[in-house]
Design a protein around this ligand. Structure first.
Ligand SMILES: [Zn+2]
Ligand SMILES: [Zn+2]
Length: 347
């Protein structure tokens, strides 16, 4: 076992504190990563606070992880010491179900092994990336292209793939009108990626406070959803709407913005069920869908795509002792657009 520095929540109601956690010994197919940067995802906050169900504490979260390989197991072939690598929202899967075999490990029928709070193969509870080191089986470790700044790349491992996967699946590209609902950590990545794919991009945000940013990041249009006229002006307009908002929005108002055969995909989920008016789906043969991260192959494709198109997340770098303060700011949407922890400050 390896004892490493980390930040952990002692309980659902206490702030995160500096501590140590255990990592397993490096197995034959494992890679030991010295973590350099870790992004703060809204899911981290929901999870440590027990809002998505009871957890075991102390708990270390973080699933936007990048670092450098410092040791590899005897049978490792994909990575070598010194490589820049990343780990996202999952660290393993069953590898034998139909979804795993088709490269959709994120949809593993037995459930993928989450980077934190999941039961690992050895029976321990996985611990996330707010830590100096992590041991991960090589197939779930991504290569980080040199072209993306190392201190900015981490959020691609969750926010990047969460938006890239549905944009690709529903064919965002030239001639397609794509709307992004919400201009936060996920939304700003959706704007950049949809723009790079060649789609006409519209941001639908509560207010126009981030309009300048949105247009700078690649949006062609920007509308405030607090204005009633937005929903009449844009009726029957979009091929694809990516909803990144976790709050309970009036989903029927948004569905009516879809043109013929259009799809609204939710990547943010409110805790309550949504009251969908099925008649709204009849009109224009609309589809309401969901999407969850992406497979390993697709995640690598997304990283390579971002490198090729010069895409990196907009980030604010913080020291480890600012994590609790950063959480409060995430909850107030006071970040443009993702916090990244400099893990050097944990060493
Ligand atoms: Zn996340
Ligand atoms: Zn599986």
């Amino acid at each position: 076992m390896l004892t490493v520095n980390a930040y952990a929540a002692p309980s659902a109601t206490e702030p995160l504190v500096a501590t140590t956690i255990e990592r397993r010994d490096v197995g034959a197919k494992d890679v030991l990563i010295e973590i350099a940067y870790a992004g703060i995802c809204h899911s981290d906050i929901h999870t440590v606070r027990g809002e998505w169900g009871p957890q075991q504490y102390p708990l270390t979260v973080g699933h936007e992880i990048v670092g450098v390989v410092t040791e590899v197991g005897a049978d490792v072939t994909l990575h070598k010491v010194g490589d820049r690598v990343g780990v996202g929202c999952m660290v393993n899967s069953c590898r034998e179900c139909v979804n795993c075999l088709s490269g959709n490990e994120n949809y593993c029928l037995k459930g993928n092994t989450g980077t934190y709070t999941a039961v690992d193969r050895d029976g321990t509870i996985t611990q996330g990336g707010y830590s100096t080191h992590i041991v991960v089986v090589e197939d779930f470790v991504l290569r980080i292209p040199e072209a993306i700044p190392f201190d900015k790349v981490a959020p691609l491992l969750c926010a990047g793939i969460t938006t890239y996967s549905p944009l690709k699946h529903w064919n965002a590209g030239p001639g397609k009108r794509v709307a992004v609902v919400g201009m936060g950590g996920l939304g700003h990545m959706a704007v950049k990626i949809a723009h790079a794919l060649g789609a006409e991009v519209t941001v639908l945000s509560q207010t126009l406070s981030k309009k300048d940013d949105g247009l700078k990041l690649g949006a062609d249009h920007y509308f405030a959803t607090s204005e009633r006229a937005t929903f009449t002006d844009l009726a029957n307009h979009f091929d694809l709407i990516i909803n990144t908002v976790s709050a309970n929005i009036n989903i029927n108002h948004y569905l009516k913005l879809l043109r013929l055969n259009g799809t609204l995909v939710s990547v943010g989920a409110p805790p309550e069920p949504l009251p969908i008016q099925v008649f709204t789906l009849f009109g224009n043969r609309r589809t309401f869908a969901g999407s969850s991260i992406g497979g390993i192959r697709e995640t690598q494709e997304m990283l390579d795509f971002c490198a090729e198109h010069g895409i990196a997340p907009e980030t604010e770098l913080i020291a480890a002792d600012q994590i609790n303060e950063a959480y409060e700011r995430v909850l107030k949407s006071d970040v443009r657009y993702r916090f990244v922890i400099d893990v050097e400050t944990m060493k």
